[in-house]
Design a protein around this ligand. Sequence first.
Ligand code: HSE
Length: 442
Amino acid sequence: MTKELRVGLAGIGTVGAGTFDVLARNREEIMRRAGRAVRIEAVADINTERARQITAGRARVLDDAFALVADPEIDVIIELIGGYGIAKTLVLAAIAQGKHVVTANKALLALHGNEIFAKAREAGVTVAFEAAVAGGIPIIKAMREAMAANRIEWVAGIINGTTNFILSEMRDKGLPFAEVLKQAQALGYAEADPTFDIEGVDAGHKIAILSALAFGTPLQFEGAHIEGITKLESKDIRYAERLGYRIKLLGMTQRRSMGEGKEGLELRVHPTLIPAARLIASVEGAMNAVWVKGDAVGHTMYYGKGAGAEPTASAVIADLVDLARALDGPMEQRVPALAFQADQVRVLPVLPIESIESAYYLRIQVADEPGVLADITRILADQEISIDAVLQPEPAEGEAQTDIILLTHRCVEGHVKRAMASIQALTTVLAPLVMIRLEDLS
Ligand code: HSE
């Protein structure tokens, strides 16, 4: 009988409980795929009572995750604690003990992945993280293995379910942001402290990981430009809709030639207008989607649940099955953590947001009088910004002011920022300009 893969589970919250349940329910099927049984030996959680209820006598329950690391009976640690404190110490301790690690912790990898993967390579162990990006969608495996023939051109994703739910509800029901956020919390999509979701940080962690996998760079989360959805107004969602666009919180990364053989990286998260006809614009509610463009394969899109107990458990267990299959095999046959061989990882500088190229939506609240639009278009022309579409809704009854909405063609963000400053200084402009980036994704 082939020896079992013996697992220690650190942190039995929602995903931990899902992992326990799916492993128990699909035990037979998983064993047939893995070539050996995959068994959770022990679970560690500060809430031992809850851990006992979930495990119901099927695994030892401990209150100290480091006891799992010290246990010679355990081959793999699943880290589901979250954050960068204890989780980081635990992962490094597991690696030092020669144990493999499976983690769903995107924040930990985005910030400390370079150190963690280097330590894992030295120790000859694997740190697997399919569950860290877009929950149940197998995007890590798709990019690391199935896209290996391609020069990847760009990656764009809706990779935070909470914000996608909020934007979908704002559009469908015309509700303000604050009200939908409360709804998202009541439904359990958003965290009690949803700052990382709504400020775009969670999506930033995930796009930083995908960027490294796509382009063979170290993890460079610190350089990412991150904007959340807290400042979006319902009226911009409505105007975008009238112009044929949806607004999504998009994570984007793209390799750019900077001339003279130099290359740089766009790495950004922000609300983005996307043509309504694009498949990704139809990704609604708490669902996630990742769109990858490769030079050989062309466009590919991956869709599914980005969070939740069993979707995330599905990814955790897929990593366990990989480890079970490779347990007795030679290390060199395993796939490198970040897709590229460690000695082939190269830094590409993350470009400042002023030098990215995008199209733009501008909403300008103006006095409704002659010459206003002419002043604005002259300023844009001076910055070599070409206009794609203009929308000027009828002013409300008795109002002497209105909104002008402009869509630009693609241009350099620095030019747009300069034009915005000049437009803002016009005496006929009555409120701070609203700017949202627009990606055609073709
Ligand atoms: N809070 C995340 C989301 C869940 O809303 O997508 C998993 O990363």
